[in-house]
Design a protein around this ligand. Structure first.
Ligand code: PLP
Length: 438
């Protein structure tokens, strides 16, 4: 590399979720971005087909967010979040609460999605404890779920590679079956088969006793595992079982949240309201790390109402909870969502997006396609070495001028919500040409 932006050494930085040796032999450096395009160290423009990592919903380099962050840094760069607060934290919480369904109106801020998951697990435990049910310590998750990489998240999550090297994780986590079914193959939107998979939760109730289960965690659409859309009736059934047995239902909306499904949250798209919701990513358009947990008012009241007036009710929080720059970025992001009707735009574009992506099913290498809103997963027929084909597609698309995401042999597409039809066409054309060449 002889570009001015090229680093002197690639050795010191240990890259996350990356084949370090392979990358360092043939690096892909992204050095700038504007709108829907990155520029790499070679000067090529690349379409961002994945909103960064599901987070840059409004496209890159948004002036309003940049200015809000710059102003915030000049006014108050940091304030401690324990026993003090910055005004933006209250305002962002109020704005998030306006978007959440039902009475999920109390918001705890974290620094990432993984932290939001651990926070939600602790809130669930704390809530039951305050109600005199501290024996409810079991968590139900799902196979193929991704809830981040902290120990709570990998324990309740179900992506094998993220768990297998790290021992048993938290005790008491059990997993329902995932919702991929052959019968729903190549079905856009929600599949007709599989609502009964939710009865796995009922089986855990019968096996362990409802009064040992604190919460059931699911992503409305399982994202990182390759876009598993919930079968029709599935989330409703989980809700009913949770209601019947006093189990908290937690939706991990880290990917689905903020318009990805065409509504503010997957909860509204699927018409099921959880008790707790985790979010991150598009909350700040990805430009400043931030996560959040929204809970029903009764959960907050139970925990906060449980102690003496001067007592700290919840022994939990992060140095960067409600960081002023993150709250400023969040408010500016939510302003744009509202001002520009971004969720409605995403909803209007979704049918075209899904039509173009599902049209790729004629390619011999495609095994399945799933999608909902502006989210789609394309399973490729694997070669003998799992993941090899997926990586070849990632490389091929990069050379063709597109940044995307693959998980094993599944290609994931989640374009910015502000995309136009021409961007969708570019994604479909480039994907077709690279997949045809395999
Ligand atoms: N939960 C879900 C559903 C996610 O998709 C992710 C990240 O992709 C996380 C949690 C973890 O978020 P973070 O990477 O910000 O810790």
């Amino acid at each position: 590399m002889n570009d001015m932006t090229a680093p002197n050494s690639l050795e010191e930085f240990w890259m996350p979720f990356t084949a370090n040796k392979q990358f360092k032999e043939d690096p892909r450096l992204l050095v700038s971005a504007e709108g829907l395009y990155y520029r790499n160290h070679r000067g090529d423009d690349l379409l961002d087909s994945c909103s960064g990592l599901f987070c840059v919903a409004l496209g890159h380099g948004r002036r309003e967010i940049r200015e809000a962050v710059a102003n915030q840094l000049a006014t108050l760069d940091y304030s401690p979040p324990f026993q003090f607060a910055n005004p933006g934290a209250f305002e962002l919480a109020r704005r998030v609460a306006k978007l959440t369904p039902g009475d999920l109106n109390r918001v705890f801020f974290t620094g990432s999605g993984s932290e939001a998951i651990d926070t939600a697990m602790k809130i669930a435990l704390m809530y039951h404890r305050c109600r005199g049910q501290s024996q409810r310590q079991r968590f139900v998750g799902r196979e193929r779920a991704y809830h981040g990489v902290n120990f709570g998240g990998i324990s309740v999550g179900g992506m094998v590679k993220n768990r297998e090297a790290y021992g048993i994780g938290l005790p008491g986590c059990v997993h329902m079956r995932h919702t991929w079914l052959e019968e729903n193959r190549l079905q856009p939107g929600q599949g007709s088969h599989g609502a009964e998979l939710a009865d796995d939760l009922q089986r855990f109730v019968e096996l362990y006793g409802a009064d040992t289960i604190a919460a059931c965690f699911v992503e409305p659409i399982a994202g990182s595992t390759g876009i598993l859309v919930p079968p029709k009736g599935y989330l409703e059934r989980l809700r009913a079982i949770c209601d019947q047995h006093g189990i908290l239902l937690v939706f991990d909306e880290v990917i689905c949240g903020f318009g990805r499904t065409g509504e503010a949250f997957g909860a509204q798209s699927f018409g099921v309201t959880p008790d707790i919701m985790t979010m991150a990513k598009a909350l700040t358009n990805g430009c400043i790390p931030m996560g959040a947990v929204a809970v029903r008012e009764g959960i907050y009241d139970t925990v906060v109402g449980s102690g003496a007036d001067s007592a700290i009710e919840f022994f939990h929080g992060y140095t960067y909870s409600a960081h002023p720059t993150a709250t400023a970025a969040g408010i500016a992001t939510l302003d744009i969502f509202e001002r520009d009707g971004v969720f409605d735009h995403a909803a209007a574009l979704a049918p075209y997006f899904l039509e173009q992506i599902f049209a790729l099913q004629d390619l011999g290498v495609v095994a399945d396609i799933r999608g909902y809103g502006l989210l789609a997963g394309i399973d490729l027929k694997p070669t003998e070495k799992p993941g090899e084909r997926g990586f070849a597609v990632l490389r091929g698309l990069y050379e063709a001028g597109m940044v995307t995401r693959v998980t094993a042999d599944t290609l994931i597409l989640s374009p910015p919500l502000v995309s136009e039809k021409r961007h969708i066409d570019e994604i479909a054309d480039k994907t077709r040409s690279v997949l045809s060449g395999l």
